[in-house]
Design a protein around this ligand. Structure first.
Ligand code: NAG
Ligand code: NAG
Ligand code: NAG
Ligand code: CU
Length: 353
């Protein structure tokens, strides 16, 4: 096992876990968090707590902060941060990554359901944000962090932030070493509490049905992806930044591009982004099962450093699964015959008016 892992590390790919993420023939159905029963919610949270404790597969290094299976995923995200965001494979990579997390919860932690999503449009306008059922202390992921005074000279101060400290309630409160990695690209052991820094203003501005409709109206994948990801400034955000900064603000982990997945809510946010993409694909599925473009290199939208990604572009999620290609993840319900994925959404967004 040990030698195997070292070889895997040397090769930089994984041969440890099965080749394709799903073996089943019928898609599992992803549902909105608030439509799950109490029992389904608690079994999901229970599986998350299980994966937070399962020992890591990433080979240990000095002072490693990669302690759990959950950390294995954070680690590969940190390593690839500048190649999987603001690139053409941003959505495809995160789609695959999420399916692997879902598979880990099911196969390694006995979870029976599908990955839930969070339809944040239901929690806008801004005044509704903090009372989202997703933040419920008993049936959700807990709420905001304690308020911490910010720094008015910090250019990264998220407008409208209201927290910044450790989360005060819910299943992840009071755990001093909930997060082992970060901030940013640091991978040495650094025990931290889970922090949030809600910005209801930011969420209201970027997560409403109006922004969702603007996104769905994009005519081709290249422009769709750019509306989802937005630009690097807060003023140019899209749905992606809306969730990260709406929950994480300046000081919460989910607002940190590298370790954003340290907050388990990340996976519900990204499931909904994936659902927006699938909704958009379904508006013209024949054309959009193969429509992919966008830069290979970070922000290289003018193709000065390289070309666009294509369907054979490889996606790696580190030790947790085999590499696949973008083409393998274009169809979420491929179920082994037409790609690597096998799930559906109970509902998709439609284009209004
Ligand atoms: C959507 O509505 C919010 C809240 O009124 C507003 O701040 C935002 O600019 C709107 N976005 C679009 C794309 O119209
Ligand atoms: C890359 O894709 C964009 C659309 O996303 C397109 O406008 C551009 O021409 C493509 N560049 C190359 C080099 O094919
Ligand atoms: C789907 O996309 C194709 C290729 O861009 C286009 O020719 C066709 O008209 C579109 N169909 C619909 C229903 O929009
Ligand atoms: Cu990411």
């Amino acid at each position: 096992m040990h030698i195997f892992k070292s070889i895997t590390a040397l090769l930089g790919t994984s041969v440890l876990v099965g080749a394709l993420p799903q073996k089943q023939q019928t898609p599992i159905v992803r549902k909105e968090w608030r439509t799950l029963s109490k029992h389904e919610k608690s079994s999901y949270i229970c599986a998350v707590k299980c994966i937070l404790r399962k020992p890591a597969l990433t080979p240990a290094f000095d002072n490693t902060g990669v302690l759990s299976r959950y950390d294995d995923l954070i680690y590969t995200h940190i390593q690839q941060t500048f190649s999987i965001h603001y690139t053409g494979h941003f959505l495809a990579w995160h789609r695959y990554y999420l399916a692997i997390y879902e598979r880990m919860l099911r196969e390694e932690c006995g979870y029976k359901g599908a990955q839930p999503y969070w339809d944040w449009t239901l929690d806008t306008p801004a005044g509704n944000w903090a009372s989202s059922p997703v933040f419920d202390p008993v049936t959700g992921f807990g709420g905001n962090g304690e308020f911490i005074q910010g720094d008015p000279n910090n250019p990264f101060e998220v407008p409208g932030r209201t927290g910044g400290g450790c989360v005060q309630d819910g299943p992840f409160a009071g755990i001093q070493d909930m997060v082992h990695l970060g901030p940013a690209d640091s991978v040495t052991y650094n025990p931290q509490c889970l922090k949030r820094d809600f910005s209801p203003y930011f969420a209201g501005r970027y997560l409403g049905m109006n922004q969702t409709q603007l996104t769905l109206a994009a005519p081709d994948f290249g422009s769709f992806d750019r509306v989802v990801e937005g630009g690097p400034s807060f003023e140019a955000s899209g749905l992606h930044g809306g969730g990260h900064y709406g929950v994480g603000g300046t000081y919460g982990q989910i607002g940190d591009l590298y370790v954003s997945l340290a907050d388990p809510i990340f996976y519900l946010h990204h499931a909904n982004l994936d659902r927006v993409w699938w909704s958009w694909q379904k508006l013209n599925l024949t054309a959009r099962l193969t429509d992919i473009s966008g830069p290979i290199f970070l922000m290289d939208y003018d193709n000065l450093q390289g070309g666009n990604v294509t369907l054979d572009f490889p996606l790696s999620v580190g030790v947790s699964a085999a590499d696949v290609t973008i083409g393998d993840v274009m169809n979420i319900a491929g179920c082994g015959t037409n790609g690597a994925l096998c799930y559906e959404y109970d509902q998709v967004y439609t284009l209004q008016g």
